[in-house]
Design a protein around this ligand. Structure first.
Ligand code: CP
Length: 312
């Protein structure tokens, strides 16, 4: 057995991603059918940044797997300030079956994984939000019945964690991923190169476009995210103002009309109506955002059970 972590989307192979998504669907149909954390075993869930969905869904997921969720307020723990990430990892790892962490730098969660001795799950960093993509893929598969070959268009901030995770996670699923973003907000070159490599292996494709209409044209799935990611609050005025470079990338009804007529709309939430998405879209008939939010629970149950069982 090998200790397994989920720090970024490509920590799962394409086959493992498919297995986790299939298990998520099974657990959605039979919520208590897998007791991977029976005991109850403790899972530490640590938040250095705000959360609603991630806290609720991991808490429920761990409980329904027979475990005990221990939510740790990062403001109290002060990881990296009060004590090092490595020492925190050693302490949590001795008392937890797994560690789930929402934090800032990817280097922090990589250090946690290096010293914890138990599976570590990225519940959002500045660079990736891989648990969200599992939930999104589950949602798309429920609506479309397939993932490989579909076109997903993400429009907005191409340099943020959601853009990076869509590139990797959807490429793994064999999808065609288009990122529509201003030239000033490109994805990290290394992430884009890795996504291109995965897409070539899985039969999908990756494209970054600076024209929202071209990105969305004919797409099966349209997604966006807030223009003000956590940690960027000081830039809120310029990112949401009328001169923001993201304004042409807002998901309006007219942009949505460029997609396939049966396209669905996703948003990881929280959403800011009138900025990255029009109310008529997120509250309209093509929106599946409430299914998507619920699917965090099912996807994370499947992921945790997979990681814990693989690492045992
Ligand atoms: N989508 C998501 O991660 O939601 P929270 O920030 O509320 O956890």
């Amino acid at each position: 057995m090998t200790l397994r972590h989920f720090l970024r989307d490509d920590d799962l192979s394409a086959e493992e991603q498919a297995l986790v998504l299939a298990r998520a669907a099974e657990l959605k149909a039979a919520p208590l059918s897998r007791q991977s954390l029976a005991g109850p075993q403790v899972v530490s869930v640590v938040f250095d940044k705000p959360t609603l969905r991630t806290q609720v869904s991991f808490t429920g997921a761990i409980a329904q797997l027979g475990g005990h969720p221990l939510v740790v307020d990062g403001a109290l723990a002060q990881i990296g300030v009060r004590e090092s990430v490595a020492d925190t990892a050693r302490v949590l790892g001795r008392q937890s079956a797994a560690i789930v962490w929402r934090t800032y730098g990817q280097d922090r969660i990589e250090e946690m994984a290096a010293f914890a001795g138990v599976p570590v799950v990225n519940a959002l960093t500045d660079d990736f939000h891989p648990c969200q993509i599992l939930a999104d893929l589950l949602t798309v598969n429920e609506r479309k019945g397939v993932l490989a070959g579909l076109t997903l268009a993400y429009v907005g901030d191409g340099a943020n964690n959601m853009a990076h995770s869509y590139l990797l996670g959807c490429a793994l699923a064999g999808m065609h991923v288009r990122v529509g973003t201003p030239a000033s907000h490109q994805p990290q070159a290394a992430v884009l190169a890795r996504a291109e490599e995965i897409a070539a292996e899985q039969g999908g494709s990756v494209a970054v476009l600076d024209d929202a209409g071209a990105a969305v044209a004919g797409a099966d799935v349209v997604v966006t995210d807030t223009w003000v990611s956590m940690g960027m609050e000081a830039q809120k005025g310029e990112r949401q103002g009328s001169a923001s470079p993201f304004v042409p990338f807002a998901v309006t009804e007219s942009l949505m009309a460029r997609a396939d007529p049966d396209a669905i709309f996703l948003h990881c939430l929280p959403a800011y109506r009138g900025f990255e998405v029009e109310a008529a879209v997120i509250d309209g008939p093509q929106s599946v955002v409430w299914d998507e939010a619920e699917n965090r629970l099912h996807a994370q149950k499947a992921l945790l059970s997979f990681l814990v069982e693989e690492s045992a």
